[in-house]
Write a protein that binds this ligand. Structure first.
Ligand SMILES: Nc1nc2c(ncn2[C@@H]2O[C@H](COP(=O)(O)OP(=O)(O)O)[C@@H](O)[C@H]2O)c(=O)[nH]1
Ligand SMILES: [Mg+2]
Length: 223
């Protein structure tokens, strides 16, 4: 997989000239394995940026999707989830969400409803993946039905940060969903409409200034 993906170990993003940039957030109770999952995906040599003021950890990751370079900002909580709520800035402009529970602790599954409610208050439409983590502890759980995901119409992934099962697939799919949301969302359409309006205005300006030239030409012809 060399050359396909790489970690950005520097905070100077200007250097990386990514054609696209997406933000993916991670939600779920304390100790469900959010950080371990990201570390497992990013593996060797990752260097998270601890932004203690904001109680979050930011991981940067670059990859290529459909021939385009993509810079992914993975946002991980750093303790604030203990209060069962995240600061609004955590959700701000996120393009996808990875929502994790621990298959060994029922309360973390029950709390998904709260996390999901808060997510939807801030980001009503972004793609969200439900993640059943720690399946290595009891493989039988993969046969169990976790109805929350089905009820909400969300995809459910059975993963293990400890042995790596499905971790790469989970994050690669999350990146693809984030990209597709960014390209198709109404926010994005707004940008396109603005661009079109500007383009039309420029075209009109050009036309009217062309119009102004004609009388002058006639004048010169008259001389
Ligand atoms: N058995 C098992 N333990 C895990 C797994 N993922 C995380 N853990 C353990 O769960 C604890 C909490 O993990 P952490 O990533 O810090 O959780 P976070 O608070 O959600 O970020 C740690 O002791 C991890 O070693 C897993 O897939 N399997
Ligand atoms: Mg953590």
């Amino acid at each position: 997989m060399a050359g396909d993906a790489g970690l950005v170990l520097d905070s100077d993003q200007g250097k990386y000239d990514a054609e696209e940039r997406v933000k993916i957030i991670c939600l779920g109770d304390s100790a469900v394995g959010k950080s371990k999952l990201m570390e497992r995906f990013l593996m060797d040599g990752y260097r998270p940026q601890q932004l203690s003021t904001y109680a979050l950890t930011l991981y940067k990751y670059t990859t290529t999707i459909d021939g385009k370079s993509v810079l992914v900002d993975f946002w991980d909580t750093a303790g604030q989830e203990r209060f069962q709520s995240m600061h609004p800035s955590y959700y701000h402009k996120a393009h996808a969400c990875v929502m994790v529970f621990d298959v060994q602790r029922k309360i973390t599954y029950k709390n998904l409803a709260n996390w999901y409610k808060e997510l939807r208050e801030y980001r009503p439409e972004i793609p969200c993946i439900v993640v059943a983590n720690k399946i290595d502890a009891d493989m039988k759980v993969t046969q169990r039905n976790f109805n929350f995901a089905k009820k909400q119409g969300l995809p459910l992934y059975y993963v293990s940060a400890a042995d790596g099962t499905n971790v790469v697939k989970l994050f690669k799919d999350a990146i693809k969903l984030a990209m597709s949301y960014k390209q198709n969302s109404r926010d994005f359409m707004d940008e396109v409409m603005r661009e079109l309006e500007n383009f039309e205005m420029e075209a009109k300006e050009q036309k009217s200034s062309e119009g102004e030239e004609d009388p002058f030409k006639e004048d010169t012809e008259l001389v």
